[in-house]
Design a protein around this ligand. Structure first.
Ligand code: AMP
Length: 251
């Protein structure tokens, strides 16, 4: 699904489903497009495509909520997690991209050592696509999200996207906060672990996603794998909360 207003991107989503779930999925995608909290689109495109390649499968990344109490603490903790794997320069580049006023359809790709921005089209970014859940993966994830009191589909969607992104060879880390002005949480992910922060989005920031890649990554095959390899989440890994001071045990 792609929704836009005056040719500007508003929202996008996708699912991998079996044939008899197509009708329900089309109608939930339409509702999702039309009820976007930021803007009501004037164009919604929904396309349906048969997947021939057998999807890759994996459990989710580990999901850790870091119970920070302020934006400042979230950003400081997120920086220290990223900098275990990514240079200071690249980390700051990531924050700068997310704080900018530009809205992208996908993620920026940044060299994890030099901080150089690499994706061919900066207004589009790269998209983690052809990703979905098996019934067991979906139920398990929804149950964990419900038990953790996180609610809604946003966390589910973000964990599924991150699981594929972390699986793709070349990804060293990720940072994301939403472009929805009212949605303040965000995450960083490294080493197949997704660290969620309850307050991550600064007021007035446009939001976005950044993928940090190792310097020797072949960009074409990286983007190809992100955008075209079918991938299903079929189970849940660990799902828990920690205080920021307990972080040393986990990174
Ligand atoms: P959201 O969490 O849906 O508000 O998305 C936040 C940002 O992530 C968007 O502004 C896009 O820049 C980026 N984004 C959304 N979907 C994808 C995707 N499938 N792959 C890569 N980046 C995405």
């Amino acid at each position: 699904m792609r929704a836009s207003l005056n040719d500007e991107h508003v929202s996008g989503a996708e699912e991998i489903v079996v044939d008899d779930e197509i009708d329900d999925t089309v109608s939930s995608m339409t509702a999702r497009a039309m009820n976007h909290p930021r803007e009501t689109p004037d164009s919604v495109e929904i396309s349906i495509e048969e997947i021939e390649q057998k999807p890759e499968r994996s459990d989710t990344v580990d999901v850790v909520t870091v119970e920070t109490s302020s934006l400042k603490e979230s950003h400081a903790t997120a920086r220290s997690i990223l900098q275990e794997h990514i240079s200071k320069e690249a980390t700051e580049r990531g924050f700068e991209i997310l704080r900018s006023e530009t809205t992208m359809r996908g993620a920026a790709v940044v060299d994890s050592e030099t901080g150089e921005r690499l994706e061919p089209d900066e207004s589009r970014g790269v998209r983690t696509s052809y990703v979905g859940t098996t019934d067991e993966g979906k139920e398990g994830l929804e149950e964990c999200i419900h038990d953790a009191g996180l609610g809604g589909t946003r966390v589910k969607d973000a964990v599924v996207l991150s699981t594929k992104t972390q699986w793709v060879e070349g990804t060293v880390g990720e940072i994301c906060w939403s472009d929805n002005p009212g949605y303040k949480p965000g995450y960083v992910a490294v080493d197949a672990t997704y660290f969620r922060f309850p307050r991550m989005k600064p007021d007035g920031s446009s939001g976005g996603r950044v993928y940090f890649v190792s310097p020797d990554t072949d960009l074409n095959s990286y983007i190809d794998s992100l955008e075209t390899t079918p991938f299903l989440v079929d189970g849940v890994s660990d799902f828990y909360s920690i205080k920021p001071k307990e972080l040393d045990k986990y990174v």
